[in-house]
Design a protein around this ligand. Structure first.
Ligand code: FMN
Length: 204
């Protein structure tokens, strides 16, 4: 199997999506991938971050996580995106990053990337699916290949069963309401596996 390079690109205010990104990295490494975990640039004013102790603590704890760039996407064969929902949609920090990718897209360098997405929200039906599908919309514009988990593993049935991409509900205190670690790791392995097939098919 071809050696797959995976970039996991996330945004997180209070740590949930950072945790999902870490689990995805674990699953992808088990599948033999070379993995980068990258956050997108924070855009919120420092005063807003400072006003929320959990946000401030998470920003401080992850200050050394590298910030994603277009070059990281060019490097990668496979991409996993992870975001908290914002009013049922993609957070502006991630959207801003996506909106910097016009140059790469114009050169055809996002085509055939194998991608998948994960999300979190404060409520069980607070917009996780819509947020993942909003990310998928951009992926289709790139000509990327979406490797959604579907129901390809038993972990779907114990994690809330979101076939579009793993998602989780998170309480005000930051505790996850569904046990999604196995589903995240499966999604990452599947993304890497499909990327391996695509890469091998291209002779690489
Ligand atoms: C501006 C804003 C909008 C939000 N919108 C929603 C929403 O539409 N539905 C929902 O269930 N949770 C909503 N939330 C809660 C976040 O999705 C939740 O805090 C997040 O998933 C936690 O992820 P993180 O720890 O990685 O930041 C919102 C939070 C903020 C700050």
């Amino acid at each position: 199997m071809a050696n797959v390079k995976l970039a996991i690109i996330y945004y997180s205010s209070t740590g949930t999506n950072y945790k999902l990104a870490q689990w995805a990295a674990e699953g992808a490494k088990e599948a033999g991938a070379e993995v980068k975990v990258l956050k997108v640039q924070e855009l919120a004013p420092q005063a807003a971050i400072d006003s929320n102790p959990a946000w401030k603590a998470h920003a401080e704890a992850t200050k050394d996580v590298p910030v994603a760039s277009a070059a990281d996407l060019e490097w990668a064969d496979a991409l996993i995106f992870s975001v908290p929902t914002r009013f049922g949609n993609v957070p502006s920090q991630m959207k801003q990053f996506i909106d910097t990718l016009g140059g790469l897209w114009a050169q055809g360098k996002l085509a055939n990337k194998v991608v998948s997405a994960m999300a979190s929200a404060g409520n069980p039906h607070g917009g996780q699916e819509a947020t993942i599908l909003a990310l998928h919309t951009s992926f289709y514009h790139w000509g990327a290949i979406v490797a959604a988990p579907g129901y390809t593993d038993q972990s779907a049935y114990t994690s809330g069963g979101n076939p579009y991409g793993t998602s989780v509900t998170v309480n005000q205190d930051g505790s996850l309401q569904e046990d999604v670690q196995a589903a995240v790791m499966h999604q990452a392995k599947r993304t890497v596996t499909v990327a391996g097939w695509v890469k091998q098919g291209q002779g690489g």
